[in-house]
Structure formats: structure tokens, C-alpha cells
Design a protein around this ligand. Structure first.
Ligand code: HEM
Length: 368
């Protein structure tokens, strides 16, 4: 990795300057050079010194030590203004993780069992989104940095019901790659899910750091599926998204399903819940949706078969005048949806992560 090479170059340079600082105080040739240079510039001062041999030696040594001190101070200042480089250089770093390798390992576990509809992809994506969707731009708290959902109370928030299974499933990847943080791992698992289920390439940047339980976000930052468009705006505007991005992100409901033992709702949104498509918008516009008659929370089912479902929050995307045109565009144009989803999902995954703008952006090869 280029950043790693740079750190190593810097370490070599720092070692070299430390060596020359020590050499200055002891090596005769360097001392000779500085004396003859001084003689040329200050001949009268030199003459005075030649008359007092002892003082001359002491003066020479003092100058050399001052020189050494200045160089050492310079090196120290360089570390001071580049604290991260300094820390990385002084404490030997591990090699940067091979993220494509970790991507491949996550891809390998997606379908290694009979979880749900045959893939861990949908729940990995939901984990990545719920870890990031706690962001509050006003206070700059929450977001995909931290992985605080490992801890109570965040792990017990109603919106996160069922995500323990995804976190536990990813433990094997963490064990095999201890150098990746949980927050990077969950975020990367979201990218793997989208790409491996046939969605767009999503640019990804590592560098998230895990936080302690004290950084858990308060309950209520994720959307409530029972509510409508004004609630969706409150939640997503708080993160910094606009209407078009809200609609693009909601297209992830082409994947997976609702579970009565998790959210209380029931059923998949599309007949292909392990394929990333623009199917969510097509179903939303193309089917007649009626309220499901049951004892559970209010939700909608398609009138024809009763097998597909929509949440009240999903329905608000076609009831709201500003949301609906985006639903219509994405239903017609999958390429546009893929492009907008990739950009919005990348933005979601960056929420709360401190960046300099110089980070390397990764694009992963899909497994097959
Ligand atoms: C617009 C506001 C949203 C609401 C109200 C909402 C609500 C829900 C609910 C109630 C479930 C069912 C959970 C369960 O019972 O297992 C669910 C599942 C899911 N959500 Fe959302 N969601 C929203 C946005 C998003 C976004 C932005 C993404 C990703 C970018 C996403 C991805 C998913 C996925 C993939 C599942 C399926 C999980 C599985 O099959 O286990 N959702 N969502």
C-alpha cells in the first residue's frame, strides 16, 4: 500500500537524521569543516580563539552540541506537526489489511447455510445501515464509526432486533482478520452484500475506529416503519440526506424480508429477496396494495397473492408528492437507481468517520 510505503520511507529518513545528529557531536571531519567555515566568515574571532586553546575546544564542542540540539529539535517538531506519522513510525505498524481478501471471505460465508431466503446478504446490509444510520450531523455523533451496536443499550434498541445474528456471523471473519475493526468489517459486509447480490459497485474507504459503550447513541435515531414521509424526512435530513437519496436508499428493500419475531412485520417486498434490483419500486407502483388483516402491526400486502408486503413507511414513498417522481424514475431505469444507490450508500457509510480527503478509495472485484 502506498501509505505504508510512505511511512517506511519516513522512518528511514527519521533514522538518518537521528544518526547525523549524533555524528555531529563526535566526528572530526564534520567539526573541521565547521571550524574552517567559521574561520573564513569570522577571521578575527578565530584569531582570538587560536590564542586560547582550551577555550577554543570548549567553544567548538558547545557549537557542535547546539547544532545537534537544533537538528534533534527539528526532527521533534516534524513529529509534533505530524503526530500520526510520528506515532506510526515510532510504533511499528502492521501491514494494511488486504481488504479484497476480507471481502472475498465475507462473500464466501454469504450462502454457506440455509439462513432465511438462502443468503446472509440482506441482514448484513441491514447491519451496515443500522450502524451508520444513527448519525446526527448537528452533534456529529453516531454513524458508521464506532460499531457501538456491540454494546447495550444500542444492541437492545427495538430497531436493531435480530441483528445479533449478523454480528455473530461476522465474528469468524474478525477472528481470521483481527487487524480490521468491527466498524470497518460491518461497513464492508454491507458493500459485499450489495455487490454479491447483483447490485452496483460501491466505493469503500477503510479507517473506522471502534468506540467504547459510552459512545452508544440514544434510541430513536433509526426510522420507525409505522410512520410516514415527514418522519422519514426528520430522520434522513438529520443525517444529511435529501429526498432523492432517501428514495434511492429505500430501494434496498428489494432485498430480504420482515420477520414477526424481529420487527413484528411479516414478508418480503419482492419475489427475489436475494437479488439486488429495482424491483422494490416496480412492485410499489405495479401492484395494488391492501392493508393486511391480522393481529400484527399495520402493513400492506399485494391484493393478488398476499405474499409480498410494504411497510407504511414504504407506502409513503408513493403517497408523498416529492418522493413519488423518484420512485417512478427508479422503477423505469435500473441503471439510474444503481448509480444513485451506490452514491447514497457510500455517503451513508462515511457518516461520522473523520476523513482528510487523501484516503485511498477501494473498488472490490465481485467473487464471480
Ligand atoms: C426508509 C426507512 C426504512 C425503514 C422504515 C426500514 C424498516 C425496515 C424493517 C421494519 C425491516 C424488517 C426487519 C426484520 O423484521 O427483520 C427492514 C429490513 C431491511 N431493511 Fe430497512 N428500513 C428502512 C431503510 C432501509 C435502508 C436505508 C436500507 C439499506 C440501505 C435498508 C435495508 C434493509 C434490508 C436489507 C432489510 C432486510 C433484512 C433481512 O432480510 O433480514 N432499510 N427495514
Amino acid at each position: 500500500m502506498s501509505s505504508f510505503r510512505f511511512v517506511r520511507c519516513f522512518a528511514t529518513r527519521a533514522r538518518a537524521s537521528r544518526t547525523s545528529a549524533f555524528a555531529l557531536g563526535s566526528m572530526t571531519p564534520l567539526s573541521t569543516v565547521s571550524v574552517s567555515f567559521r574561520n573564513r566568515i569570522f577571521p578575527s574571532v578565530s584569531r582570538n580563539y587560536t590564542a586560547q586553546t582550551t577555550e577554543k575546544k570548549g567553544g567548538k564542542t558547545a557549537i557542535l552540541w547546539i547544532g545537534a540540539g537544533l537538528i534533534a529539535a527539528g526532527a521533534g517538531y516534524y513529529y509534533f506537526v505530524n503526530p500520526e506519522l510520528g506515532a506510526k513510525t515510532l510504533v511499528p505498524t502492521n501491514k494494511e489489511p488486504d481488504y479484497q481478501k476480507i471481502y472475498d471471505q465475507i462473500a464466501d460465508v454469504l450462502e454457506d447455510n440455509d439462513w432465511d431466503d438462502g443468503s446472509w446478504g440482506p441482514i448484513f446490509l441491514r447491519l451496515a445501515w443500522h450502524a451508520a444510520g444513527t448519525y446526527d450531523k448537528k452533534t456529529n455523533t453516531g454513524g458508521s464509526n464506532g460499531a457501538t451496536m456491540r454494546f447495550s443499550p444500542e444492541s437492545d434498541h427495538g430497531a436493531n432486533a435480530g441483528l445479533k445474528a449478523a454480528r455473530e456471523k461476522l465474528e469468524i471473519i474478525k477472528k481470521n482478520n483481527p487487524e480490521i475493526t468491527y466498524s470497518d468489517l460491518w461497513s464492508l459486509a454491507g458493500v459485499v452484500a450489495v455487490q454479491e447480490m447483483g447490485g452496483p459497485k460501491v466505493p469503500w474507504i477503510p479507517g473506522r475506529k471502534d468506540s467504547e459503550a459510552a459512545a452508544c447513541t440514544p434510541d430513536g435515531r433509526l426510522p420507525d416503519a409505522a410512520q410516514g414521509s415527514s418522519h422519514l424526512r426528520d430522520i434522513f435530513y438529520r443525517m444529511g440526506f435529501d429526498d432523492r437519496e432517501i428514495v434511492a436508499l429505500a430501494g434496498a428493500h428489494a432485498l430480504g424480508r420482515c420477520h414477526p419475531d424481529r420487527s413484528g412485520f411479516d414478508g418480503p417486498w419482492t419475489p427475489s429477496p436475494t437479488m439486488f434490483t429495482n424491483g422494490f419500486y416496480q412492485e410499489l407502483l405495479g401492484k395494488k396494495w391492501v392493508e393486511k388483516k391480522w393481529k400484527g402491526p399495520k402493513q400492506f400486502v399485494d391484493k393478488e397473492t398476499g405474499e409480498l408486503m410494504m411497510l407504511p413507511a414504504d407506502m409513503s414513498l408513493i403517497q408523498d408528492k416529492a418522493f413519488r417522481p423518484h420512485v417512478e424514475k427508479y422503477a423505469k431505469d435500473e441503471e439510474l437507481f444503481f448509480k444513485d444507490f451506490a452514491a447514497a450508500f457510500h455517503k451513508l457509510e462515511e457518516l461520522g468517520v473523520p476523513r482528510t480527503g487523501d484516503e485511498k478509495v477501494y473498488y472490490f472485484k465481485t467473487k464471480e
